[in-house]
Design a protein around this ligand. Structure first.
Ligand SMILES: *[C@@H]1O[C@H](CO)[C@@H](O)[C@H](O)[C@H]1NC(C)=O
Ligand SMILES: *[C@@H]1O[C@H](CO)[C@@H](O)[C@H](O)[C@H]1NC(C)=O
Ligand SMILES: *[C@@H]1O[C@H](CO)[C@@H](O)[C@H](O)[C@H]1NC(C)=O
Ligand SMILES: *[C@@H]1O[C@H](CO)[C@@H](O)[C@H](O)[C@H]1NC(C)=O
Ligand SMILES: *[C@@H]1O[C@H](CO)[C@@H](O)[C@H](O)[C@H]1NC(C)=O
Ligand SMILES: *[C@@H]1O[C@H](CO)[C@@H](O)[C@H](O)[C@H]1NC(C)=O
Ligand SMILES: *[C@@H]1O[C@H](CO)[C@@H](O)[C@H](O)[C@H]1NC(C)=O
Length: 406
């Protein structure tokens, strides 16, 4: 039986060492002031072709010398193509007849082509489900016996136009399997909420990832779907373009600061090492309640990236349309939760968020609270000495005044 275990915190992460603490303290200060770079962000749903109900969302973020294009689509598995150009005037060109054809190459272009500085893509290929019974090792890969996965290419998605919110620069793709013989999604859905930003900041909901105008946030939420077992753990298979023969790697960054994501001292990122670089960044945590917090935090484990030459993954027409025929895809699995602690079974709710962007990934400076605590902690002996000195000085003065009066 699942879900009766006690919650526990800081899974898989050692407490920060004094050296890490010191090096963070020394390195944190210069990152304390974040650039105030802003962008003019617009969201546009590109109208389908001949009433074809396909979702194609173009996020265009224009800066003084550059434009970022994020093209999100649920044509095939949900995917995003991100492109950075060195001009504020670059545009997206879509040829629907080509995009919907069996060979969509060239159906999606960013023009002028020679302004492109960076391009890559992410494809969310499958929703995974595992039987987590008796699995105590959260980092096990896979975290239990796999149930049949859901191919996200075989989902039907809502019309995103209805969810487009220009005020928050967000839109939501909400889908369920086209064929659902067990009616697992009769009352459920999988949602991909996409949000862009015109300046840097932090959302109110944990894990409160620091975003900049160069990033776009994705929140994936599985809500109300019936699990296939009493102890189901869910996962997401993510594919990206490889770089030459190699796959990008996943890096882990450690911090002593958990003010924005309680008990999470780690930030994971996938880096596309190019110039400028691109990245996908997330905290290794998911939440089993809408009001994410410490009580509903689940560990999130990322497997290493593997080339997908050996097994087929669902292809994304928009990725093919932009990049042409490619076979150097790499994929990895994200899995959420452990058989103890909170889980999807609590409320049939699971959410996880990440950022995708271009340029150096946002770095968390130490929060003002932690800096304050450290200043007090490190400064205390100094203050005591100083205070003691002052008292002596004053006493001496009083004494001498007393003497002089006398
Ligand atoms: C999506 O919704 C918008 C507005 O509600 C509508 O104009 C558009 O035709 C819809 N698209 C499809 C493919 O149904
Ligand atoms: C943007 O362009 C202006 C004028 O061409 C230049 O002075 C500035 O350095 C550029 N900024 C960046 C970040 O490239
Ligand atoms: C779109 O692609 C088709 C071929 O698939 C081509 O015939 C047509 O001219 C293209 N349209 C434009 C506007 O480029
Ligand atoms: C779980 O562990 C218990 C006791 O260790 C064992 O009896 C049971 O068969 C196991 N269940 C599964 C699904 O492995
Ligand atoms: C869906 O919800 C309705 C009402 O809340 C409930 O009666 C029904 O059993 C649910 N169906 C599934 C498959 O969970
Ligand atoms: C799942 O839970 C139900 C009710 O708690 C129980 O009857 C059933 O045996 C459990 N199934 C498994 C595989 O543990
Ligand atoms: C993800 O997990 C599924 C199910 O265990 C497995 O079939 C697939 O190969 C895994 N993919 C990667 C990239 O590890």
């Amino acid at each position: 039986m699942c879900g009766c275990g006690q919650g526990y915190w800081g899974w898989g992460h050692r407490a920060p060492s004094p050296m890490l603490l010191l090096s963070l303290l020394l390195s944190a200060a210069p990152f304390g002031l974040l650039g105030e770079e802003t962008r003019q962000v617009s969201l546009e749903v590109i109208p389908g072709w001949l009433g074809n109900p396909q979702n194609l969302l173009h996020i265009r973020a224009v800066g003084t010398n550059s434009t970022l294009h994020y093209v999100w689509s649920s044509l095939g598995p949900p995917a995003v193509v991100l492109v950075a150009t060195n001009t504020p005037h670059s545009t997206l060109s879509v040829n629907w007849s080509r995009l919907l054809s069996p060979e969509p190459d060239g159906g999606l272009m960013v023009l002028p082509k020679d302004s492109i500085q960076f391009s890559s893509a992410l494809v969310f290929t499958r929703l995974l489900e595992f039987d987590g019974t008796n699995m105590s090792n959260t980092a096990a890969d896979p975290p239990g016996k796999p149930y049949p996965p859901y191919s996200l290419a075989e989902f039907s998605w809502n019309n995103i136009t209805d969810s487009l919110d220009p005020a928050t620069l967000s839109a939501t793709f909400q889908g369920r399997p086209i064929h659902d013989p067990t009616r697992a999604f009769a009352n459920g859905s999988l949602a991909f909420r996409v949000q862009a930003f015109s300046r840097s900041g932090r959302p109110a909901q944990p894990p409160r990832l620091l975003h900049t105008a160069d990033t776009c946030q994705l929140e994936v939420a599985l809500v109300g779907a019936s699990p296939q077992g009493n102890c189901s753990l869910f996962g997401l298979e993510v594919a990206t373009l490889g770089q030459g023969p190699d796959c990008p790697s996943i890096q882990e960054q450690h911090s002593i600061d958990d003010e924005y994501a309680p008990a999470i001292f780690q930030l994971d990122q996938l880096l596309w090492s190019s110039l400028p670089p691109g990245f996908m960044q997330w905290r290794p945590v998911a939440y089993s309640q809408k009001q994410g917090g410490r009580e509903s935090a689940l560990p999130c484990h990322a497997s290493p990236l593997h080339p997908t030459l050996t097994y087929p993954i669902p292809q994304s027409p928009i990725v093919r349309a932009f990049f042409g025929p490619q076979n150097n895809f790499c994929a990895f699995n994200l899995t959420f939760g452990a058989s103890t602690g909170p889980g999807y079974w609590d409320q049939h709710y699971l959410s996880w968020s990440m950022l995708v962007g271009v340029g150096p990934p946002p770095m968390d400076a130490l929060s003002p609270l932690v800096l304050g605590i450290m200043a007090v902690a490190l400064g205390a002996p100094g203050l005591i000495l100083l205070g003691g000195g002052l008292v002596l000085l004053l006493r001496h003065k009083q004494y001498s005044e007393y003497q002089s009066i006398n």
